[in-house]
Design a protein around this ligand. Structure first.
Ligand code: HEC
Length: 207
């Protein structure tokens, strides 16, 4: 074989490799893999764990923001999650968990006749103010590691606020809900999407 012959063979091999590479690049472009944002399966009844990681958790606003507009009726429905272990009736008995009547504003771990864990007793000097209840119901474990409330927490801030607001009504002296905290630039934040929508509506050809 002369060198011309070899050149043809090499050329052929090279062209073949390039073709394979090209096809793989193009197919990558055509069939870009999109991982779903959420897993495709959700197990009912399993709360998401304390979302310490992830930007979504950090994006949560302070408790007062959600409490100021909490839906008390929704909170009553939410309390079904708690009712296996708690009731909030005046003079109601302790169950697996202590009676929760008047719990908003009350001292922590102070219901007579209930055997609290050392973890919760360690907080006994504090009160169930909005922020403590907020933290507890977001993640009991994070609030008092080693406590014995077998409940993962309520991951949605709206649901958490609702149940706290409802608990507040289960009291001889409900507290006024906290006022929504002033936001730095609420006008700009809210106006922007509305303006964009208006602009889009204007731009759309009338049919
Ligand atoms: C599986 C049973 C169970 C469920 C469900 C449960 N809890 Fe509890 N809860 C407990 C136990 C047990 C304690 C006592 C914890 C300790 O001593 O460590 C407790 C303690 C508490 C306390 C502190 C009471 C005090 O006197 O200091 C509050 C407030 C509370 N739970 C609210 C709730 C709410 C609201 C829900 C529903 C969103 C809920 N719990 C769901 C079992 C439960």
């Amino acid at each position: 074989m002369d060198s011309f012959e070899w050149n043809k063979i090499f050329g052929g091999v090279l062209a073949g490799l390039l073709a394979v590479l090209g096809v793989s690049i193009i197919s990558d472009l055509m069939f870009a893999r999109h991982l779903p944002e959420k897993p495709g399966y959700v197990v009912a009844g399993v709360e998401e764990g304390p979302a310490e990681a992830g930007p979504a958790a950090d994006a949560e606003k302070p408790a007062a923001f959600y409490l100021a507009s909490a839906d008390v009726a929704k909170g009553e429905a939410q309390f079904k999650k708690c009712a296996a272990c708690h009731n909030a009736a005046a003079g109601g008995a302790n169950g697996t968990g202590p009676n929760l009547h008047g719990i908003v504003g009350a001292s922590i771990a102070a219901k007579a006749g209930f055997g609290y864990s050392d973890a919760l007793k360690g907080k006994a000097g504090e009160k169930w103010d909005w922020d403590n209840l907020w933290a507890w119901l977001k993640s009991p474990k994070a609030f008092a590691a080693g406590n014995k409330m077998s409940f993962a927490g309520i991951s949605k801030p709206e649901d958490r606020a609702a149940v706290i607001a409802w608990l507040n009504t289960q009291s001889a002296s409900p507290l006024p809900l906290p006022a929504a905290p002033a936001e730095e630039a609420p006008a700009a934040e809210e106006a922007a999407p509305a303006e964009a929508e208006a602009a889009a509506a204007e731009a759309a050809p009338a049919e």
